[in-house]
Structures are given as C-alpha cells and as structure tokens.
Design a protein around this ligand. Structure first.
Ligand SMILES: NC(=O)c1ccc[n+]([C@@H]2O[C@H](COP(=O)([O-])OP(=O)(O)OC[C@H]3O[C@@H](n4cnc5c(N)ncnc54)[C@H](OP(=O)(O)O)[C@@H]3O)[C@@H](O)[C@H]2O)c1
Length: 328
C-alpha cells in the first residue's frame, strides 16, 4: 500500500481509505464478527484511514468502528464529521462542540484525527430553504470552533465536504482555513479533478482539487464507485443500502448504472478486468488525491479494491481517452 501525506498535516494516509458509511453499510448493518474480520484485514493490507460520521447509522458506524479498533488495538487514523442543522443557526460553536464530544464518546477516543463539516456549502445559509446548506460565514465560525477544539486536544485537523455551489466552494478553498476537502470524484463526474467539455450534464466542480492542493489541503475522493453504480450492475450487496441517492450525476441510480456501462470498452480491450477496477484505478490516478474512500459492504470487496489500487494508476494514454470521451 502506498501512502500520501494529507496536505499540510502530518497524517500519512493510505491511498485507499475505508468508507464506513451507510451506502456500503458493513459498519452500519453488518454483523460484528464480519466488521472485525474486514477491519483487521484492511489494517493488515495497509489501509490506515477510516471515514465515519455521526449520521451513519445514527451513530452506529462510529460505535462499531471505535469498538473494533479498540479490540484490535489498532493505530488507525479516523476522520469523522459534524452536520449542522437549521436549529443550529446562532449556536454553531456549541453545536459543533456537542457533536465532537458525542463522536469522541461513541468512538471511545481522546481525539479525532480529522473532523469535517458534513454540510453542503453555499454563499449564505437559508435554513428555511435548504437546511443542509451552510454559508461561507458559518464556515468561518466552524473553523474558529475547530481551532478551539484543537487547543483542547480534541481534534487534530479539520476539513470540509466540497459539495454545494462550486463558486462558494472555490471561495472557501481560497480562504484556506482548513486542512482537507472531501469531494465526489468518479468516472461519471470527474470534474473535481478533470476538465470536461461544454455540455457536461451534471454539476461541474471546476477542478477544485487543484487550488485545494495548492493551498496545502489534502484531497479525499468520495463516491469513487458512484455509490456502487460504477460496478455496472444494479444488484446491491445484502448489507448495502438498498436505495442510493446519486451525487452530481444522473437523478436515478439505475441511470448511473446504465451510464457506467459506457466505460465497458476498458474491459473489452483488456485494460482492466471489470468496471470496478476501472473506477478504483481512475480515482487513484489523480496525483492530487491523497486518499480515495470506498464504501465497503464485505471483506471480498475490500480485498478486490486493494488489489486494484496496488495495480496503480491507469496508463496516461487511457486517461487521455477517458478525458476525450464525450461525457455529455
Ligand atoms: N462527506 C460526505 O458528504 C460523503 C458523501 C458520500 C460518501 N462519503 C464517504 O465516502 C465513502 C464512500 O462513498 P459511498 O459508500 O457513498 O460510495 P462508493 O464508495 O462510491 O460506493 C460504495 C458501493 O460500491 C460497491 N462496491 C464496493 N466495492 C465493490 C466491489 N469490489 N465490487 C462491486 N461493488 C463494490 C458497493 O455496492 P454493492 O452493495 O452494490 O456491492 C458499495 O455499497 C462513504 O463510506 C463515506 O465514508 C462522504
């Protein structure tokens, strides 16, 4: 396993990170022995970064991750998040502090390596219109709270989820007051790291990875399999979420699955064994990506992903063909 330094922090993160979210579902709905087996194997294979959030399984993902890592006595890096809600307007600092305290309790740890804002970001926050989307001034308040929590030894570094309005995200990155961004990046929507032609049908993230990296921020790629659609098959694993809300791609998961099949030429030409390999290797081909998170449903999926990551980036000529492909 290769490791990258997460931006300007001293965290050395594995190129593949373990997503403990609801979509993959292992850490939320899996049986405890299966979680333990998969996490132990992940550590053995060199995966050292685990992404969770209070929202995943209503705290269950943090509880399970903390319990297994304690049982395994593992030295692992944990990223978790804080989601602000409409009721937190005017009390952002208190809300963040309460959320971090809750995460520490559930994880059973004294500190969190990386705490991230789990809201989409716009210029202003109008909770009555969109409770999930906070504004740039709120991000400033969040940063001051993270700094205070860092002084108390409760968090080491902090970041944002780079979802929301692209221009607001660019402004947030330019202000440069956090250590990382989590951004969707996959074959269906590669715009966080790749220039696409005119007429691209989904949100254009304007290659936000580039200014983020230049500002010394680590880049965490999320949704590298588009929630599973990039496997090219609509069937879901039994512990996976049965319903996936696409992020910045088609409106319906089934349409993402159909769109994923446009990349079948990579399999037919023998460049990769299957679409999962294409998607995983595409994510780690971008030098700005510090770690690429994969939502895991089973030990087999983990082993497969590690094998693909070990095969390294896709060849430059293949990346150029993917980029040249008409994406609209
Ligand atoms: N900050 C944020 O707002 C945010 C948003 C989204 C995600 N995240 C983080 O990013 C992580 C990953 O995102 P995600 O889980 O939403 O999406 P994802 O990683 O793109 O997709 C996960 C799905 O991919 C499929 N999969 C994985 N390995 C496979 C394999 N070897 N073969 C076939 N299918 C495979 C599984 O689906 P099947 O069940 O169909 O096999 C799994 O449910 C999350 O766990 C979370 O930690 C953060």
């Amino acid at each position: 396993m290769k490791y990258n330094t997460l931006g300007g922090t001293d965290l050395r993160v594995s190129r593949l990170g373990f997503g403990c979210g609801s979509i993959g579902g292992l850490l939320v709905r899996g049986e405890y022995p299966k979680m333990r087996e998969a996490l132990a194997r992940a550590l053995e294979l060199g995966v050292n970064y685990f992404d969770t959030a209070p929202l995943y399984g209503n705290g269950q993902s943090e509880v399970n991750l903390g319990a297994v890592l304690r049982e395994l006595r593992a030295e692992a890096l944990i990223g978790t998040k804080v989601r602000l809600a409409g009721k937190d307007v005017g009390r952002i600092g208190e809300a963040i502090t309460e959320s971090v305290e809750g995460s520490l309790r559930r994880l059973g740890r004294r500190d969190i390596d990386l705490i991230q804002v789990h809201n989409r970001i716009g210029f202003t926050w109008k909770p009555e219109r969109d409770p999930d989307r906070i504004g740039l001034p709120d991000l400033g308040t969040a940063t001051e709270t993270f700094e205070a929590l860092q002084r108390q030894g409760k968090v080491r570094f902090w970041g944002i989820t780079a979802m929301g309005e692209t221009d607001a995200l660019r402004a947030a990155v330019a202000a440069g007051r956090f250590h990382s961004i989590q951004v969707p990046y996959n074959l269906l929507n590669p715009t966080a790291g790749t220039i696409v032609g005119r007429g691209f049908p989904f949100q254009d993230y304007g290659q936000i990875m580039e200014p983020a990296s230049q500002k010394g921020m680590g880049v965490i790629a999320i949704r590298i399999l588009a929630g599973g659609a990039l496997s090219g098959a609509p069937e879901r694993h039994p512990v996976a979420s049965t319903w996936v809300n696409p992020i910045a791609s088609e409106e319906r998961y089934g349409d993402d699955v159909a769109r994923a099949r446009r990349f079948s030429f990579l399999v037919e030409e023998g460049v990769v064994n299957n679409l999962v390999e294409a998607a995983v290797r595409f994510a780690v081909s971008n030098a700005n990506v510090s770690t690429a998170l994969l939502g895991i449903s089973s030990l087999e999926q983990l082993e497969e992903a590690v094998k693909y990551v070990e095969r390294g980036p896709l060849p430059g000529e293949i990346l150029a063909r993917i980029q040249a492909q008409k994406l609209n």
